[in-house]
Design a protein around this ligand. Sequence first.
Ligand code: FES
Length: 90
Amino acid sequence: MGDKIALHLCMGSACHQLGVHRVLSALQKLMHEHGLDAEIDLKGAFCLDSCMHGIVIKVGEKTITDINPGNVESRFASEILPVLKNEKQR
Ligand code: FES
């Protein structure tokens, strides 16, 4: 098991309206494609207090805002993957 890295996806009402369910399924697919299923603990979160900034993901200490179903793939590669690598090296 080891220590998985927690990735929180906001499932609050504002993020819900922006299509968080599509982001969720995209994230699950990306995690799977990168072989990260065993390393990431994907959790739904209540409002992460950034409702004005699009869908919010929190990974480790980093909060990533303005996620949407169209950009989740590129944001995953450019912002989420690097955090995961850093966390793993701790
Ligand atoms: S509902 Fe997602 S940050 Fe508030």
